[in-house]
Design a protein around this ligand. Structure first.
Ligand code: SAM
Length: 310
């Protein structure tokens, strides 16, 4: 069964008395080359183009959020030893039982991913396997899902997630991958950079979905830092508890800096940190005191936190 044929999508939805639910961001892929390329890129750790990826990820689990009718799930099941697919829509569960009948390494979980205890679920179903996340994310919940994934594991150590390969709105992809000082740079960019390295792999036009969304989409891959925050700032405290406290402070600085991004950093932080203290810290780092938070990288925020909370 070609799960990406528009005719098959419509027939399956009719058979189970379903229609795409806008509220759940249901836009199904109707070009089989796309889920093949996304799943192959998730497995290979980089864009594999339309040639696919020949390898098999023995001992590695894929976590998919929102399998829909299962078009990408089928691809993932051929690359990964185990696939866990979390789908919010109860109506799609019997349909997925039919479309994934031959994929005996797939477990479908009917839950809102935002309510899932991800590590507990993964441990229960995949033991201690490392995990690659792969999803065509529903756009209404992209940022919360990404932040939940990034924050599932503390920055004092490695994440269980090796990589997060997701299709998102192109505008969001640009923000995820933006570098400090660029127009798209914001709290999402710096938060992602704290946890990993993001790369935009390719763009997918609206005509590849049923129904077609109003916006274009892009696939991004975040490769999680192997050593948590130490890959950004190797002087972070060595003690685990102290390191997590330090990471929380870095995140707090970032949140304050971007809450009022038009203000200078000194003013934006002033509700928590006296202006003279921030000015002195910036001067110690050789940074102008009238700089705005949007010019600083994740590493700069770590360096600043190290001085401010000495
Ligand atoms: N993977 C399919 C594809 O590429 O054709 C479907 C992708 S569709 C953009 C998003 C999917 O996520 C839908 O199946 C939707 O029901 C599901 N979904 C939406 N919100 C969710 C949530 N909070 N938790 C789990 N699944 C969710």
């Amino acid at each position: 069964m070609n799960l990406c044929s528009p005719k098959t999508v419509r027939e399956l939805m009719d058979k189970y008395g379903l229609a795409p639910k806008k509220g759940y961001g249901q836009n199904f892929l109707i070009n089989s080359a796309i889920p093949e390329r996304i799943a192959g890129s998730a497995a290979a750790g980089g864009d594999v183009g339309f040639d696919g990826f020949g390898g098999f990820m023995e001992g590695v689990c894929a976590l998919e959020i929102g399998p829909g009718i299962g078009s990408m799930t089928v691809e993932l099941s051929s690359y990964f030893e185990k696939v866990i697919a979390v789908e919010i829509d109860k109506g799609l569960i019997p349909l997925l039982e039919e479309t994934l009948a031959e994929c005996d390494n797939v477990t479908v979980v009917n839950e809102d991913f935002m309510n899932v205890q991800a590590d507990a679920l993964l441990s229960e179903l995949a033991g201690d396997m490392p995990v690659c996340v792969c999803a065509n994310l529903p756009y209404y919940v992209t940022t919360p899902v990404l932040m939940k994934l990034l924050e599932e594991y503390p920055l004092s150590g490695p994440s269980r997630f090796r990589s997060i390969t997701v299709m998102v709105q192109t505008e969001v992809a640009d923000r995820i991958c933006a570098s400090a000082g660029s127009g798209d740079y914001g709290s999402l960019s710096v938060s992602v950079a704290l946890h990993g390295t993001a790369e935009k792999l390719f763009t997918v036009s609206a005509g590849n979905f049923l129904p077609a969304p109003k916006v274009s989409s892009s696939v991004v891959q975040i490769t999680l830092h192997e050593n948590g925050i130490y890959d950004v700032w190797d002087k972070a405290p060595k003690d685990k508890a102290a390191c997590d406290k330090f990471a929380a402070r870095v995140k707090k600085l970032i949140a304050l800096a971007f809450l009022q991004r038009r203000k200078t950093l000194v003013n934006a932080l002033s509700s928590e940190i006296p202006k003279e203290k921030t000015e002195a810290a910036l001067s110690e780092l050789g940074i102008r005191s009238d700089i705005r938070g949007e010019k600083l990288s994740a590493r700069d925020y770590c360096a600043l936190a190290a001085i401010l909370y000495k």
